[in-house]
Structure formats: C-alpha cells, structure tokens
Design a protein around this ligand. Structure first.
Ligand SMILES: [Zn+2]
Length: 124
C-alpha cells in the first residue's frame, strides 16, 4: 500500500511527535504520510493543513478553474430537498420532499429517503 503525503504547505512546521522522524542526531519534522486523509478530498491531514494550502494557493486555483462572476440561481424546479418528521411514528409517512421556494411537500418512502440518488431536482 502506497502512502500519501499531506499536501499542506506548512505540515512539516507543526511540531507534533508523529512528525518528528529520523535517527538520534538527524531528526527532522516531516510532512505527514498516511494511507488516507480525511480532509480536502483526502489530500490533507487536518483542517489546518487544508487552510494553509488554500491561503497559499486558493486564489490562484479559483482563477485557474473559473471564478464566479455572477450569482448562481437555484430555481423552483431544483429547490427540492429531503426532510422527515421524527414525531410521526409510521415510518412510511415520516419522510417527504419539501420545496425550499414554494414550501410544497411531497410524500417520500423511507427507501426513497435513504437513496442518495433519488431526487426531484432536474439539475443543480
Ligand atoms: Zn498536514
């Protein structure tokens, strides 16, 4: 299994025990190496490291991939989200879609609620 390196630009400057590596007279603090990370698309060992990277490169990354120049609009036909009412004992009547703009509710089965791909929205 190959290990990944944290992409944090200052990871090696955080003086934690696990970053201190090397033999007795040749110790250095090193960038963290793990099989997986939990932050930033599994590229960073911590939120700190993710923030360091963003502070150094974020503006350039946004300009590279396309800066938003006008607001996006979430229209009525894409404003559906899933919700449930825990006070309803009957599990098959507990779940529903609610439209964030019109406030309309539509019934939803528990299976549909759990299905991450099931949506009424046409695109986002
Ligand atoms: Zn890190």
């Amino acid at each position: 299994m190959s290990l990944k390196l944290c992409q944090g630009t200052r990871c090696h400057t955080y003086n934690t025990k696990d970053r201190l590596k090397g033999s007795k007279d040749n110790k250095t603090f090193q960038t963290r190496r793990r099989s997986d990370f939990y932050y930033g698309g599994s590229n960073f060992c911590s939120l700190n490291c993710q923030n360091d990277w963003f502070n150094d490169f974020g503006t350039r990354a946004i300009d590279h991939f396309g800066r938003l120049t006008e607001p996006k609009h979430l229209t009525e036909e894409n404003a559906w989200h899933k919700d449930y009412d825990w006070r309803i004992d009957d599990r098959q009547n507990r779940y529903f879609f609610v439209n964030a703009i019109t406030k309309e509710r539509r019934a939803l089965t528990e299976e549909q609620y759990e299905d991450r791909n099931y949506t009424l929205n046409t695109n986002i």
